[in-house]
Design a protein around this ligand. Structure first.
Ligand code: HEC
Length: 143
């Protein structure tokens, strides 16, 4: 039997279409732990900010986030010019915890869309590693 024939049954799934690492717990937007928002504290980054991870994160940022916040993180985009109030985030990044950025990408905000379905867990950590790196927000020319 060839792979194609097996593919139309439930015996095989496309790679990574089935969660194998468990389901992530939902973190409530207003859950407070020790006086701090749990979304700013958890989860902890399980990855390392390797050059590969940062490069993948740049791709994720440029694909999903730059349309509103700009490749340079300064939000001077056609989308904001037409009324979407996405703020410049470049200067805010050092202030935000990694967990905050991860959860922002996962859940979005009152106006910002969430990217839980569009991105994998690894991709969201890659995104965080990129946003926290000195490379974040540099223009294509400076890269
Ligand atoms: C459709 C436009 C849009 C896109 C795309 C978008 N954002 Fe936002 N973002 C917003 C808006 C609007 C706000 C302010 C209101 C809110 O938080 O909902 C915001 C706020 C933020 C903030 C600052 C406020 C906070 O609560 O942290 C960060 C950081 C952020 N976005 C990160 C991201 C990341 C990372 C991505 C890509 C995964 C992304 N955004 C994609 C519109 C967008």
């Amino acid at each position: 039997m060839s792979d194609d024939e097996v593919f139309n049954t439930f015996q095989r799934f496309p790679r990574d279409s089935v969660p194998r690492t468990g389901v992530e717990p939902f973190i409530g937007a207003t859950e407070i732990v020790g006086g701090q928002l749990r979304r700013d504290l958890e989860p902890a980054n399980p990855t390392r900010a390797t050059p590969d991870s940062i490069a993948r994160g740049r791709f994720i940022y440029d694909t999903y986030c730059a349309v509103c916040h700009g490749m340079d993180g300064m939000a001077g985009t056609p989308v904001t010019q037409r009324g979407m109030p996405a703020p410049p985030i470049r200067m805010m990044i050092p202030v935000f915890s990694e967990a905050h950025l991860y959860n922002k990408a996962r859940y979005g905000g009152p106006l910002m869309p969430g990217y839980a379905i569009a991105t994998t867990r690894q991709e969201r950590w890659d995104l965080v590693n990129y946003m926290k790196s000195p490379q974040f927000g540099r223009s294509a020319v400076q890269r």
